[in-house]
Every structure is written in structure tokens, then in C-alpha cells.
Design a protein around this ligand. Sequence first.
Ligand SMILES: [Zn+2]
Length: 209
Amino acid sequence: MAQLYFYYSAMNAGKSTSLLQSSYNYNERGMNTLIFTAEIDTRFVQGKVTSRIGLVADAILFSQQTDMGRLIKEKNSSQKIHCVLVDECQFLTKEQVTQLCEIVDYTNIPVLCYGLRTDFCGELFIGTHYLLAWADKLIELKTICYCVRKASRVLRLDDNGLAVYQGEQIEIGGNEKYISVCRRHYMDAIKHTKSIEAGEKPFSVVPFK
Ligand SMILES: [Zn+2]
């Protein structure tokens, strides 16, 4: 039976690379894949999944209004789809995660979702919330903090290299705006920002400029 997989991590853990590798493995065996990515992500060329090590593949853009279930069924009726891969799946809505569950259960196509665990405030994204709740398999893709501990948090940095701890959840940027750190260094960075804002002695020397 097909399953719903959720590959989650902080930023820059190689999610897109892993997705493209999985798609390649299917294609190599003569099987067709369908790749989705979020319309909201403007870091790279629209309609493509691009990995930092240079792999690239065409992708269908999804917005919050996209009926993923209907789209996948349409594509599957014209050409058999063997696997669906969704990049930036943290941006899925509850309804879209439900649609993906139904694709797995009623059409028996495996669905592989790749996305962030939490936002820069340490809160779950909506898509992540429901994937953690409903996916058959949860797989953590690991990356490391500058201190070599596992990075589980994402810091948003302002133009001065200070950690931001409030604001809109979605503000897409490249590597210059977000970095992955461990929980301890996430807290240190926020405390550092607050000490600067309060005009106090800086909490620490920020090492990730
Ligand atoms: Zn650390």
C-alpha cells in the first residue's frame, strides 16, 4: 500500500536535493513523478525545484487555492503517476493535506512531502502541523548548527545580522536571511537581540553574521 511520507528539517538540510534524488530514482526505472512546489517561494525560478547543489526539475506551483487532489487525479488519468513529491509542504493548508491523504488511500500513489518543521518563532507551520499529525512516515533530515549540535530552529536575521523574534510567518528569503541553529543558540540569538534593544550589555557576540 502507498504511504504519505513527511521529510522535515530546519533550513538548508538538503530537502530539495533529497526530493530531486527520489524523483530521479523513479524516473530512472521508467516511472512518472509529479512534483509540486509553493508559488510563494520566489528564491529560484518559478515552476522549478532547484537544489543548492545544482539539480533542477520542473514543478507545478501550488497556492493555498490549488485543489491538489483534483490536479493529481487529472494528471494520473492522462499518464500514470507513480509518485507525487511536494516541496515547501509547510505552506500546504489543512484541506490540501487531507487531499494528499486521500490520494494515498484511494488511488494508491505514494506522496512524499518535504518541508520545514517550524518558523523563525519556533511555531509549527499549518502544513507541518497536519503532516506531523497524519503522515504514515516521519523522517527527519538533519543539518547542524555552527556549534555542531543538531540544528532544529530557524533564525531570521535582519540587515544588521540580529535575530528577529516577531513578524509575519512568511517572508521568503535566501541564505542571507535565515540560518539553522540548535535550540540553545536560537535562544542566545533572541536574548542578544533583546539586550541590544533594551540598551543593555550585549548578551553575546553574534557569531553568525
Ligand atoms: Zn548551536
